[in-house]
Design a protein around this ligand. Sequence first.
Ligand SMILES: [Zn+2]
Length: 281
Amino acid sequence: MLIDTHLHLDAAEFDHDRAAVLERARLAGVGGFVVPAVDRAGFAGVLQLAETAPGVFPALGIHPLRVDAAAEADLAALDDLLGQGGCVAVGEIGLDHYAPEFDAARQQAFFIAQLELARRHALPVVLHARRAQDAVLAALRRTKVVGGIVHAFNGSLQQAGAFIALGFKLGFGGAMTFPGSRRIRRLAGELPLEAVVLETDAPDMPPVWRRGGRNEPANMRRYAETLAGLRGLSLDEVIAATSVNACNILGLAGTAKAFPGKDADGGDGMADRDGGTLFYR
Ligand SMILES: [Zn+2]
């Protein structure tokens, strides 16, 4: 069973057919869906999805590209909700120094505050790190958390090693399907398999076969096939390994509600050349 470790199922792009999107994903073998919020306005929707849709796991956080519109009171609200239990991670949090006119100081303040919440609640984090890998690493060294996932990893081999040493898994998805994304394809193929998880970031970061369109979690199966090809492994080996990695880092294995009758075993990314997207969540 595949686990999509990062998708924005609560996004408006899915409002007209969310149930069908989930059904297509399940038919493609995807049984777990980790849905991170991006701002306080989205917290309730993410939690509600997790309550109503089997296999959906919530994470709550304030995204670096949403901190301009965020208030300090949002951090207190986040703290309260994390204290109520049920979230698998704090996220999506991090730093994004790619977007024009970003406020680095404000991003840093919200990032550090949320790392401290993750530490206090003993939760892993779901990280967004774009053109800011070293700054994110520096923050993680100062504010220790239990680990987590670097979503849509697009750093160097050396930076990958540094994240892994801090207890992180690295997320790969649509970017890996573009032949021009040679650096990301090489990383996906060569990093230790136990450090790799799969994700779609749907509806953002569509694969090469949906370029410019809406991404959805059913694409996970072809991502697993892509990764199997890059690593010279069977599809089953990739599905089993990446799912175990996701369960381990997010503590999903013990969540019986999530997998009824099933066993859990079981930036730049977008293309260096193939027309990247300026914004993704
Ligand atoms: Zn995201």
